[in-house]
Design a protein around this ligand. Structure first.
Ligand code: SF4
Length: 683
């Protein structure tokens, strides 16, 4: 008989696939998830779900899930009991205390798991070498927005988007990467909002836009500075707001002088009249909201791109107001939370700075240990340190850097150089295959916890089924390793108990506990239990030392690798609507793989004709770092000279050819621009 899909019960939780944080009801029958539907009462998604949230749950019960701990012996993984695995990991890690050790925490896992990893790294291993995959995406937002405004998160709320008067969407493809938020943008247009889209490709949203600018990848600083010069020259800036709430305007104004419209036109490839129209529209229709994501941040000047957007919002008086602000849309479901929990080498939970002596003292008292006061290193620096032999052991939880990071061979070299690598995951990822020990964590459907979505809303993740096989919640595994190593302070009763400690040590989250977020999440900061949270940041003052926002003067710098005769095309990368990151989860969902099962290269008609290639033809794509062989899609989305690839599949491994050159401030790699050559494969 056909297996019934009708759930016996439903459990309310949060979608694990992007930073929108849609609330879903998982349908459960026995120990299986059999359905998912959107929560119609929730303010984030109002019942909507995209294809991943609605149909992407079958990975949870996939037969390939890791079910027992594995230890590699003679190059083969052997299943062992938990006790043996934990003893082995604890004994090995005890030999590498201090800065010889580093950990990577997971932007897919709940806050509680992330808190446990950074506490283990700092309090047990004695180092601040902890990072998370925000390094590869929104670290420039954290650094850039914090410097200008004093806080590195989305300033406004998702529900405000539909009522905005003007939206400037730059370097983000919301209908593919954050589809339910994309719906809100389209709703705003239907409600009469003006929409300006700036993107190197003609993304879906362009169909709904009043103004579209297809800038050359990597030229955003020039484009935004050019817009600001028009605004200042035409006196469309908000002088009263600037006088009242900012500092450094005169010096900033000087830095605009080199951005005359002809220069900006030649750098960006965007028609000067269009740039002027965009500037006038954004400056005159208020309040206006800026929405961006990785098209802004994943550059060697990603933090400068973020500074430019902050400057633009400040110049026009759009900060601290409803329907305005600067809003980085978070890609991974809990990348906001991984940063909030202090999985960063210079920041403790709640963005308490390591270089503030009060921070160290507060945590030494709370955790009853002596802490390392030296700043840790970022993931790209860990890669170098592993290759140099300075880092000897790593603990990677719920991340797959071998496929997700640029220049794959470089990452593999680093992993191979380690003495000891522990990977904790739900599937045998490309990174897990290189580990000495693999520990089976459980999925979001099998554990309690919290995710923080893009708008800083802490929401409840609820256990729907028992852990698959012998897998365990990640916070518990980390705590068991810590206890095996003799550490105190890891006797958490449950996930709620972990969160209570987070609230105790972080003033930003002090008013949040599981009881308060039972029905609807709370947006931080939330300083006490009487506080309702903060939907809009900076309404009264900025969180800088002076309470004023700071204008940052900027000079345009080209990308690290520009096209030349040997590599004449610019490759830029992005997401498919059907998949999430390196597809360890969505790749295990049959239906999603059928809809999109491999990474293609998108090529403009002109370039395809010049190269003599046709749709579905397999071609060589070669960069200075290697070559891959994807199939061709011919598209009007790419302009001449620009090609595009998704990065979801290990088999096609787009990141074999991307560039690992980093932004000097945030150390975020330049995924969005590298020079390539496309070659026909001749028989
Ligand atoms: Fe999940 Fe994001 Fe889709 Fe919502 S928009 S269902 S959070 S992937």
């Amino acid at each position: 008989p056909k297996e019934t899909k009708k759930p016996a019960r439903e459990v309310k939780t949060v979608c694990p696939y992007c930073g929108v944080g849609c609330n879903i009801y998982l349908g459960v029958r026995g120990d299986k998830i059999v359905s998912a539907r959107g929560d119609t009462d929730n303010s984030v998604n109002k019942g909507n779900l995209c294809v991943k949230g609605r149909f992407g749950y079958s990975f949870i019960n996939h037969p390939d899930r890791l079910k027992k701990p594995l230890i590699k012996r003679n190059d083969e993984f052997i299943e062992v009991e938990w006790e043996e695995a934990l003893d082995y990991v604890a004994q090995k890690l005890s030999g590498y205390k201090g800065d010889e050790f580093a950990s990577i925490s997971s932007a897919r896992c709940p806050n509680e798991d992330n808190y446990a990893v950074q506490k283990f790294t700092r309090a047990v291993m004695g180092t601040n070498n902890v990072d998370n995959c925000a390094r590869s995406c929104h670290a420039p937002s954290v650094a850039g927005l914090a410097k200008i405004f004093g806080s590195g998160a989305m300033s406004n709320s998702i529900d405000e988007i539909k009522d905005a008067s003007c939206l400037f969407v730059i370097g983000t493809n919301p209908t593919a990467s954050y589809p339910v938020l994309g719906l809100r943008i389209i709703e705003a247009v239907k409600n009469g909002a003006k929409l300006i889209v700036a993107d190197p490709r003609n993304i879906n949203l362009c169909k709904h836009a009043d103004i579209v600018m297809n800038q050359t990848p990597g030229t955003d600083v020039a484009l935004i500075m050019g817009m600001m010069k028009v605004i200042v020259d035409e006196e469309l800036h908000d002088q009263a707001y600037i006088d009242d709430r900012s500092e450094g305007f005169e010096e900033f104004k000087e830095s605009l002088q080199s951005y005359d419209i002809e220069t900006v036109e030649s750098i960006t490839g965007v028609d000067g009249e269009l740039i002027k129209e965009a500037a006038r529209t954004y400056a005159s229709i208020k309040p206006a909201s800026i929405l961006y994501s990785l098209g802004i941040t994943e550059h060697t000047h990603g933090t400068e791109n973020v500074f430019a957007l902050g400057d633009l919002a400040l110049l026009t008086g759009n900060m601290g107001k409803p329907f305005g602000g600067v809003n980085p849309i978070r890609g991974q479901n809990n990348v906001q939370g991984a940063c909030d929990m202090g999985c960063l080498p210079d920041t403790f939970p709640g963005y308490q700075k390591l270089d503030d002596p009060n921070t160290i003292e507060r945590f030494e008292t709370a955790w009853n240990v002596d802490l390392n006061r030296s700043k840790g290193i970022t993931f790209p620096e860990m890669v170098m340190a592993a290759k140099n032999g300075d880092i000897k052991a790593m603990y990677i939880v719920g991340e797959n850097p071998v496929t997700s990071e640029p220049d794959t061979e470089n990452i593999k070299d680093a992993m191979n150089s380690l003495d000891f690598l522990v990977v904790q995951d739900i599937f045998m990822s490309e990174t897990a295959q290189m580990a000495d020990v693999v520990l089976p964590g459980c999925s979001y459907a099998e554990k309690d916890g919290t995710f923080a979505n893009s708008e800083r809303r802490i929401q409840r993740v609820r256990k729907a089924i028992n852990p698959v096989g012998e897998s365990k919640p990640d916070w518990l595994i980390t705590s068991l390793i810590a206890k095996k190593m003799g550490a105190k302070g890891f006797d958490f009763k449950d996930a709620s108990d972990v969160y209570d400690e987070v609230a105790k040590v972080s003033p930003t989250f002090a008013g949040i506990n599981y009881g308060r977020i039972e029905d609807e999440g709370i947006q931080w900061p939330c300083h006490n239990e009487e506080h309702d949270g903060t939907p809009i940041l900076h309404t009264e003052e900025f969180k800088t030392e002076t309470g004023r926002a700071k204008f940052i003067p900027l000079t345009y710098r080209p990308s690290a690798e520009l096209p030349d005769e040997t590599y004449p095309l610019i490759l830029t990368t992005g997401r498919s609507i059907y998949h999430y990151q390196t597809s360890t989860m969505t790749g295990a969902v049959e239906g999603l793989k059928k809809l999109y099962g491999e990474d293609y290269i998108d090529i403009s008609r002109e370039d395809a004709s010049k190269l003599g290639v046709v749709a579905d033809e397999t071609v060589k794509v070669i960069s200075r770092r290697g070559e891959i062989k994807p199939k061709v899609r011919i598209t009007d989305r790419c302009r001449k000279g620009v090609v595009f690839m998704t990065f979801h599949f290990g088999e096609s491994a787009t990141n074999v050819i991307t560039n690992s050159a980093c932004d000097p401030i945030s150390k975020t790699p330049e995924f969005k621009v590298c020079a390539v050559r496309v070659e026909k494969i001749l028989d």
